[in-house]
Design a protein around this ligand. Structure first.
Ligand SMILES: *Cc1c(COP(=O)(O)O)cnc(C)c1O
Length: 402
């Protein structure tokens, strides 16, 4: 049998994945596990989901040939424009799918966690659309840093609950959301925002994001007469935009996978979110995966200029892709990401999200030849990051003189 890098029937990617949850969550998790494939693959779900993706999210997102960046890097570069989606990033693909699933499973209440607030906004958006009560857990420090997204969520009708524990950021918000789910397992649907968490979440999120690579296939066929690139490039926080980008190519070894994780101040600096580079095997948020840990096994605080990549774990799929050398993983430092954001802005007129800028910076670390077709996913737009970009002009090199 040909080997696959997708999930196996027990919920594992090689030795990674699984579902390590408290007893009380086993029943609601099993209910999702037993129903998600049937529901997602049903004609009715697909009709509603595809209609919302088209008319509400604005899909298909364009595949744009970036001519000036192509010349600069000596390749044929195409950008998959998830930044043009409703709410400004890829996260809405997943929340639209999970809210439909929640409704079909008869759930009456939605909870979610958020770091930078992007997943919170995408969740509050679909809850407004579907008239579902929505509670978002968010670290108190993140609420402070991301005031605008907090106000957007409230305007959309969600309750945003501040989490005061640990370093008051994403990882603590996830803990709190899981605690809530344990208290209200029957009526609650927990919409997880990345390809992380206990099985079947990583697979479910990957499937709901796989529309990205489905479109890439069709768009490449139309533009270059073949449906696969030589390289796919994406940034990885938990791994949902990357999962969508690689999903339909993951077992196609003609296609090389390049991932960019957040190096922060440097993978070896102790101020980093480069989990694949420096993490060790552990269990985080219900999944066996790579986790940044102190020598005595405590979860380390992640540090990155980009809130969306600021997570001490990574989806189990990536722990396996890295272990089996299916993907090349670059650690991109804060200054490299900021510089790449300015470069894309000045070269193509596209201000990317800080997260996406990490993927752009990976181009400079690849050995490319002129015939190589590279598809890079721009996971989100940079409006939310303009203040950070301005505050860090000094990292932008020649682009910072304005
Ligand atoms: C949340 C976010 C990410 C990181 O999450 P993944 O699950 O790894 O995709 C990347 N880019 C943007 C724009 C985001 O909002």
């Amino acid at each position: 049998m040909k080997q696959t890098y997708l999930v196996d029937k027990n919920g594992y990617y090689g030795e990674f994945g699984g579902a390590y949850v408290p007893e009380i969550l086993q029943a609601p998790l099993n209910a999702i596990k037993e129903q998600y494939l049937d529901i997602i693959e049903s004609e009715e779900f697909q009709r509603e989901y595809m209609e919302l993706l088209r008319d509400y999210v604005g899909r298909p997102s364009p595949l744009y040939r970036a001519a000036r960046m192509s010349r600069r890097y000596g390749c044929e570069l195409y950008l998959k424009r998830e930044d043009l989606n409703h709410t400004g990033a890829h996260k809405i693909n997943n929340t639209v799918g999970q809210i439909l699933l929640a409704r079909k499973m008869g759930k009456r209440r939605v909870i979610a966690e958020t770091g930078a607030g992007q997943h919170g906004v995408a969740t509050a958006t679909v809850c407004a659309l579907m008239d579902m009560p929505c509670l978002i857990y968010m670290g108190a420090a993140d609420m402070e840093r991301q005031r605008l997204n907090v106000e957007r969520m409230k305007m959309l009708g969600a309750e945003v609950r501040a989490v005061h524990s640990g370093n008051d950021t994403l990882s603590n918000a996830v803990d709190e959301a899981i605690r809530d789910w344990c208290q209200h397992p029957d009526e609650t649907f927990y919409i997880i925002g990345s390809a992380v968490g206990p099985h079947p979440y990583p697979d479910m999120v990957a499937r709901l994001q796989s529309i990205i690579s489905k479109e890439i296939k069709e768009q490449l066929q139309e533009k270059i007469g073949r449906n696969h690139p030589d390289y796919l490039v994406a940034c990885v926080g938990g791994g949902s935009n990357a999962a969508g980008t690689i999903y339909h190519y993951i077992d196609d070894d003609r296609v090389k996978i390049v991932l960019a994780e957040a190096g922060g101040k440097g993978a070896d600096s102790g101020h980093t979110a480069a989990t694949i580079n420096v993490g060790r095997v552990g269990i985080l948020h219900g999944s066996r995966t790579l986790v940044m840990q102190t020598p005595d096994g405590q979860v380390m605080e992640a540090e990155s200029i980009s809130a969306g990549l600021d997570y001490p774990g990574v989806g189990p799929m990536y722990a396996n892709l890295a272990a089996r050398n299916r993907a090349t993983v670059f650690s991109i430092n804060d200054d490299e990401a900021v510089r790449a954001a300015y470069e894309l802005t000045r070269t193509e007129g596209i201000i990317p999200a800080l997260e996406s800028a990490h993927a752009v910076a990976a181009l400079g670390k690849m050995e490319l030849k002129p015939t190589d077709v590279v598809v890079l996913t721009v996971s989100g737009r940079g409006d939310k990051d303009v203040e950070t970009y301005l505050a860090n002009k000094a990292m932008a090199g020649e682009y910072g003189n304005f």
